[in-house]
Design a protein around this ligand. Structure first.
Ligand SMILES: *[C@@H]1O[C@H](CO)[C@@H](O)[C@H](O)[C@H]1NC(C)=O
Ligand SMILES: *[C@@H]1O[C@H](CO)[C@@H](O)[C@H](O)[C@H]1NC(C)=O
Length: 731
């Protein structure tokens, strides 16, 4: 999914960039001529930087705090002495927050959906069929209208026989009805079960059965999947489906589910309108959502989130995104079954912002499902805020850079000068980052690239995985917007750390959000201690309002990673290793899972070793492998073809193919010597330097499934694919 998104974004970027291919454009935009403008752009900020030099002093973003529980180094957000629990007094549950926000912003636009104007099926030359849509403007419903629909839906649920002891599952792509159904359920204190649409059938059956779901809400796409498994679900009584705008009648959908009551969302709303019931509002500690997340192994686990968890994270995020309010427009397209999106939409609700729904396939003018010549979601909505995962941003960046390379010549030079100037400015000071020079370069170079995302983005939220420094800078410079990088897990309701908008560093995730404390606990065996110099290091443990209560019906797993301290505060053990910078900002540096204990008891951090060995010229990609049955580690290496062939030529080595070269003892010896050298330079221990290596000629690409779209190693997949090679290395 992320791939489709990324590709269509980047291809559109490329197209846009191609359009700014003329000096004419520059001349039009620069009344003082190109040289004059550049001179102004350079001189004025220089002067101002001198004046403002004093302002460069770093500020303390996280400060130490005394807390209960296991010993360690705990930090809190520098601006808040007490933990933030609610966005405002009285909004202690999602249901209360919803009601109060809807009252406050009653007549303002809230949820927007694009109407389907036209659908056509295009047949490609290879016979495959593609659906293309022409979508219209956003049709908006106000806060007041959304509230009425959710209230009616809540009454309808009661009429269908729901009470607080029965659960509802939502299994659908992100859309306005998802949000309305969620709020309807919560108004009757009915717990929602969410499941990623990408989970397999076994996982789906497991989650629905384990939570004894009695109503399943789905879109028509997921309906087919659901219909094939209902016979295995004894507790299921109702299916509620979302009508498809522009599609044919849904009655055909009812096939195969004849024992169940099947209704459309609209029918349930109507039922509720005709049979109104009082809301049954939940309390802070009631479970709002059981969110199923895929574990790396085995069946998915259901994380139990209370109303208090969800509103606390939302309240905390609201304190770190500057100037949130009614003027903001948020593009919603990430899966709502993901805690990141659920929290982001809760933040918009609480702020009175408008939420326009889109999808990955219709995001931009050149997205796969958009009919040629018609507009994608970003162009029509022109959002001010967006959330994204790093894989998407990485792809967009790669696309733009590739396009610039292809263009070459003048365009490439101009882009590079602009990028370098901005980079120096952004990295120099906060003032440099958002000063006058930015405006000028934006006009000359970056405006066109910005229009790809609608041209109005003022803040980007990024979460889900660590964002590389290069990609963060790309957004800062090309999109001209700060990136708020979040760190959090489903178990902490997405809320843990969040980088502040005026923090110009990269690679860090900021101080703790004000809803929680973040503690580092020494992990002696792994060699990470809070007494480490220059920075304290340890396992990241999160405590406070955003920490969820545990896994549904899985006490064993819950006890492993959740603890309640003597003061009653819940702590979640993340398994991630972090370090604290002097200003109280957290950096994620490792994962416990990627650290292996060798036969003689030494611990080896695979990620750390790989990062060190990557600096060898010969290494294109590398995976270090270790296990407890051996005292040494080994490595699979994809060599850099050019470097290896250059060496072979210089050394007079004869070979017919690259794979033959990779098997040559001399080549292996050469690469291994290089690994030893860079390993020693990086002060790796002897056992951390691979004792044996295998050279693999074929690059690891996202298409091969061996690395992610963000080019991160998929350890398990590489291990499985090269099982025999690994075994031979240990033989
Ligand atoms: C559903 O759960 C029950 C226990 O609650 C179990 O006995 C049954 O095997 C499960 N069914 C499926 C299809 O997993
Ligand atoms: C909400 O429902 C739960 C069961 O899911 C119940 O334990 C709790 O008491 C209910 N809360 C209220 C305020 O009725």
């Amino acid at each position: 999914m992320a791939d489709t998104k990324g590709t269509s974004w980047s291809s559109q970027m490329m197209e846009k960039f191609a359009n700014c291919d003329s000096l004419e454009f520059l001349k039009r935009q620069c009344p003082y001529g190109v040289a004059g403008t550049v001179a102004i752009a350079v001189i004025i900020p220089l002067l101002l930087s001198v004046i403002f030099l004093g302002k460069k002093k770093g500020k303390q973003r996280g400060v130490p705090v005394q807390v209960g529980g296991e010993a360690g180094l705990a930090m809190r957000n520098g601006k808040f002495k007490e933990l933030v629990e609610v966005p405002w007094d009285g909004a202690s549950t999602v249901a209360a927050l919803f009601e109060q926000a809807c009252k406050k912003h009653e007549n303002h636009r809230f949820l927007g959906t694009r109407k389907v104007i036209d659908t056509e099926v295009i047949q490609a030359s290879d016979g495959r069929k593609f659906e293309k849509v022409h979508l219209g403007e956003y049709q908006w419903e106000t806060f007041g209208q959304v509230f009425n629909r959710a209230s009616n839906f809540a009454s309808g649920l009661v009429k269908l026989g729901h009470d607080v002891n029965t659960r509802v599952a939502i299994f659908s792509e992100t859309r306005a009805e998802w949000f309305i159904a969620l709020q309807g359920c919560l108004r009757q204190n009915v717990t929602i079960v969410t499941i990623y649409a990408s989970l397999g059938e076994d996982a789906l059956i497991h989650s629905l059965n384990e939570t004894k779901v009695s109503t399943l809400i789905c879109d028509s796409k997921q309906f087919k999947k659901a219909a094939s498994i209902v016979s295995k679900l004894e507790t299921l009584k109702n299916i509620i489906y979302f009508e498809e705008d522009g599609a044919s009648s849904d009655s055909g959908n009812r096939n195969g589910v004849s024992d169940l009551r099947v209704s459309s969302l609209y029918e349930v709303e109507k039922l509720g309108k005709d049979n109104p019931t009082d809301p049954r509002l939940p309390k802070k500690n009631d479970i709002a959502v059981i969110m199923y997340t895929s574990g790396s192994t085995g069946l998915p686990k259901g994380v139990m989130m209370t109303h208090g968890n969800i509103v606390a994270t939302a309240a905390a995020v609201m304190t770190v995104v500057p100037g949130l309010g009614r003027d903001d427009v948020y593009l919603a397209y990430l899966p709502l079954a993901h805690v990141l999106e659920l929290e982001a939409e809760t933040v918009m609700l609480a702020s009175g912002a408008a939420i326009g729904y889109g999808s990955t396939l219709t995001l931009t003018d050149t997205s796969n499902k958009i009919k040629k010549g018609t507009k994608g979601d970003v162009s029509v909505l022109q959002p001010t805020l967006m959330a994204a995962v790093p894989a998407i941003i990485d792809r967009v960046r790669d696309g733009v850079i590739k396009k610039v390379e292809e263009k070459g010549g003048y365009i490439k030079k101009l882009f590079n000068v602009a990028y370098k100037r901005r980079l120096t400015a952004v990295e120099g000071s906060w003032f440099g980052a958002w000063g006058l020079e930015k405006l000028l370069w934006d006009v000359i170079v970056f405006k066109k690239i910005q229009s790809v995302l609608g041209g109005r983005i003022r803040f980007m939220l990024c979460g889900g995985a660590p964002l590389s420094g290069e990609s963060q800078r790309f957004i800062n410079i090309c999109m001209g917007a700060p990136v708020g990088q979040g760190y959090g897990l489903t178990e902490t309701c997405a809320g843990a750390a969040f980088s502040e908008w005026d923090d110009i560093t990269v690679g860090r995730v900021g101080p703790p959000l004000p809803c929680c404390y973040i503690k580092l606990v020494s992990w002696e065996e792994g060699g990470y201690r809070t007494s480490d110099k220059p920075m304290p290091r340890g396992e990241i443990v999160i405590g406070g309002q955003s920490v969820t209560v545990g896994y549904f019906q899985n006490d064993e797993k819950t006890k492993e990673v959740y603890k309640v301290d003597e003061r009653g505060m819940g702590w979640f053990y993340t398994g991630d290793i972090g370090q604290y910078h002097a200003d109280g900002c957290l950096e994620i540096i490792d994962r416990k899972k990627d650290i292996v204990k060798l036969q003689h008891g030494e611990y080896i951090s695979l990620g750390k070793v790989e990062a060190a060995l990557m600096s060898s010229n010969y290494v294109g990609n590398i995976m270090v492998h270790a296990d407890p049955f051996h005292s040494y580690c080994v490595a699979l290496v994809v060599p850099s073809h050019t470097e290896l062939e250059k060496w072979a030529q210089e050394s007079g080595i004869q070979y017919k193919s690259l794979s033959e070269l990779c098997d040559k003892a001399e080549a292996i010896k050469e690469v291994q010597a290089s690994l030893s050298k860079v390993g020693k330079d990086a002060r790796l221990d002897k056992f951390e330097i691979p004792a044996k290596i295998k050279l693999l000629p074929d690059p690891w690409t996202p298409e091969s499934g061996l690395v992610t779209a963000a080019l991160k190693l998929k350890r398990e997949q590489v291990k499985a694919k090269f099982k025999d090679e690994l075994n031979k290395l240990y033989a």
